[in-house]
Write a protein that binds this ligand. Structure first.
Ligand code: NAD
Length: 383
């Protein structure tokens, strides 16, 4: 049965609907038909998602008389590179597409970012539909039009803002998602509460464990409220010059940790964001900006659902070099005039952008955190 709710990203002529619910892929053809310019589409997906969810999408396109061809990529972040991007573009062009041929990105953030960037550039811009199948993609990457691939110099450094024409978030796809991936996406859900919605965070403290265990109503509400929060921010700051920066809460620390762990399985993006948010709260508390009890609450919640909270829970307990982390943070896209932009918190639901933290303070903080990791990583005397 389909239960669906519709939200709108208001961006003038680039406005679009986000449809959230169960069974949405089964109705994708009918939902997509009104927003596309020809009864034909190219689906981009990955091998894992193709196996689990592509047949339902294909059947619904068939039912709506939308012709379709599929391109199936290897799963994983490594696919978001220049080599795969070039091949994807050539494969799509080989299908003889026209300007009016839409792409459909069926998958997680990797597929969405890659197909979105292909849509932004092929024939100087194709329409595309996001059909996100991970929690992270449903609550974050499919909405807002950021598309990108990775470079040898870092993640997401080559990309474009290109809004989709429709987002279809089918909650049922989360049933096949590995728990670790689900948890990583959950970190981005919590982010919306932590940055500007204390009531939502309070609810997540209650409902989070059930949501993770599979409660459909809780999943729907979490995806709907996260999309609404992101849509509101994107509507006022599409190109991330102001308010949208808050969505990077936890990401400056997180990216540095991901860079140090090689952007792979050692630390998933959402896990890095969870750690980054915990670090941001503790730094805020240490600087006297935020009540220590609020920072402790965040740590307790992450602990209760199984998200990492200390640096030694990742990277095989090998510890981190604070200077290396600082270097990554300084290379981050959010650096302006040499000052690192950190999103700090005055409390739960009250995040803000700060360029005021002196580098020495940040180094000492990271050294203390990394020191904990090293102390725990070294063998105990006589052990
Ligand atoms: N554009 C943005 O605004 C934005 C925001 C956040 C993250 N991102 C990007 O998103 C990417 C991470 O996205 P992700 O976490 O979705 O990773 P992902 O796309 O790699 O998906 C994670 C894994 O889950 C598998 N998978 C996907 N859906 C599944 C399902 N329903 N059942 C079973 N397995 C499934 C995939 O095959 C993959 O192996 C990163 O590249 C990150 O940079 C982009």
């Amino acid at each position: 049965m389909s239960t669906r709710e519709s939200l709108r990203v208001e961006l003038g002529p680039r406005s679009y609907e986000i449809i959230v619910g169960n069974g949405v892929i089964g109705e994708a053809g009918a939902l997509i038909a009104p927003v596309i310019r020809q009864p034909r589409a190219v689906i981009v997906t990955d091998e894992t998602v193709a196996r689990l969810h592509l047949p339902r999408l294909e059947a619904s396109l068939d039912a709506a008389a939308i012709a379709h061809q599929s391109i199936v990529l290897p799963p994983g972040e490594a696919t978001k590179d220049f080599v795969h991007f070039a091949k994807l573009c050539e494969d799509i062009l080989a299908l003889g597409i026209e300007r009016g041929t839409p792409l459909i990105a069926l998958g997680g953030g990797v597929v969405g970012d890659l197909a979105g960037f292909a849509a932004a550039t092929l024939l100087r811009g194709l329409d595309y539909v996001q059909v996100p199948t991970t929690l992270l993609a449903q609550v974050d990457s499919s909405v807002g039009g950021k598309t990108a691939i990775d470079s040898a110099h870092g993640k997401n450094l080559v990309g474009a803002f290109h809004q989709p024409v429709l987002v279809l978030a089918d909650i049922d796809t989360l049933a096949t998602l590995p728990r670790r991936e689900l948890l990583a996406g959950y970190a981005e859900v919590v982010k919306y509460g932590l940055i500007r919605d204390r009531g939502f965070y309070d609810w997540l403290e209650e409902a989070g464990p059930a949501l993770i265990a599979g409660d459909g109503a809780a999943r729907r509400r979490a995806v709907r409220e996260s999309c609404a929060a992101k849509a509101a921010v994107v509507a006022v700051d599409e190109r991330e010059t102001g308010e949208r920066q808050l969505l990077n809460f936890g990401h400056t620390f997180g990216h540095a940790l991901e860079a140090e762990t090689g952007f792979g399985d050692a630390l998933l993006h959402g896990e890095a964001v969870a750690l980054g948010m915990r670090l941001a709260f503790d730094l805020s508390a240490r600087l006297g900006l935020c009540p220590p009890e609020s920072a402790a609450r965040v740590r307790r919640h992450f602990n209760s659902v199984g998200l990492p909270v200390t640096l030694d829970e990742v990277a095989n307990r090998r510890g981190f070099d604070p200077d290396a982390l600082l270097l990554h943070m300084a290379k981050d896209k959010k650096v302006r005039d040499g000052r690192i932009a950190l999103i700090l918190a005055r409390d739960i639901g009250a995040a803000y952008v700060s360029r005021e933290v002196p580098e020495a303070t940040l180094r000492a903080f990271l050294a203390a955190e990394a020191g904990t990791a090293k102390a725990l990583a070294s063998p105990s005397p006589g052990g």
